[in-house]
Design a protein around this ligand. Structure first.
Ligand SMILES: CC(C)(COP(=O)(O)OP(=O)(O)OC[C@H]1O[C@@H](n2cnc3c(N)ncnc32)[C@H](O)[C@@H]1OP(=O)(O)O)[C@@H](O)C(=O)NCCC(=O)NCCS
Length: 197
């Protein structure tokens, strides 16, 4: 890793750069659009990578329920992609989740590749916590044009996994979204990979 990059918890002064970075990718339909107030309200959940104190990457960990947390808003500025910064952010988030005692991490993403390298496995959206849908209903692509795949990573052994209550919270008899797409999702084309610096 280039010594000029630093990874740290986000600060108040990072809010607008994080918001710009996330909405840059939202404009390309690669991430969900987020409001400035959402970034402020969830600032403590964000980590950033900086270069010369300029935010070039971010990622957030949101605790959702007992033993459960979501990886959100992973983004690296195009000119800094392909240098291991996304991996660094994800490693940090997974480590943070372990420290907090999270048993199961999940994410909704259109880019499965990086998450799969960390052992995330595909899961039907209907097995994710109901709370996830409260965010989905605010999404402009919900439900007909949903483009995200749900992925899950278990951090603890079976015996230490979710309590019965959390399991019940996660399971639904019926899909929450009646017209959740059943076929493979159609993703926007992968952006070209940038050579490592
Ligand atoms: C996804 C993203 C964060 C990756 O950031 P990055 O800094 O370029 O990733 P890294 O350089 O750390 O790559 C780490 C590994 O993942 C792989 N990888 C990165 N992006 C990938 C992708 N889209 N598909 C498959 N593999 C990918 C890399 O090849 C690398 O593999 P290696 O360790 O075997 O060399 C970045 O492309 C991005 O910001 N995309 C737009 C927003 C987005 O899609 N976010 C993810 C959804 S939440």
């Amino acid at each position: 890793m280039n010594k000029h990059f630093k990874l740290r918890k986000a600060l108040m002064s990072d809010v607008r750069p994080i918001h710009s970075l996330l909405n840059f990718f939202a404009d390309q339909r690669e991430l969900l659009p987020r409001s400035l107030s959402e970034v402020y309200e969830n600032l403590q959940q964000f980590f950033v990578v900086t270069k010369d104190e300029k935010v070039v990457g971010c990622c957030a960990l949101y605790v959702t329920w007992e033993g459960l947390a979501e990886v959100k808003a992973l983004a690296v500025a195009p000119e800094y992609q392909g240098r291991g910064l996304g991996k660094w952010l994800l490693e940090t988030i997974v480590e943070e989740a372990r420290k907090l005692g999270v048993s199961t991490l999940f994410t909704l993403t259109i880019r499965e590749g990086l998450f799969k390298k960390f052992g995330f496995k595909k899961a039907k959206k209907s097995v994710l916590p109901h709370k996830v849908w409260t965010e989905c209903v605010r999404c402009p692509y919900f439900p007909e044009s949903c483009i995200e795949t749900s992925l899950v990573l278990h951090l603890k052994k079976k015996s230490q996994k979710l309590s019965k209550m959390a399991e019940a919270f996660m399971s639904t008899a019926e899909p929450m979204v009646p017209n959740e797409p059943s076929g493979p999702p159609v993703y926007p084309p992968e952006p070209p990979r940038h050579p490592s610096a």
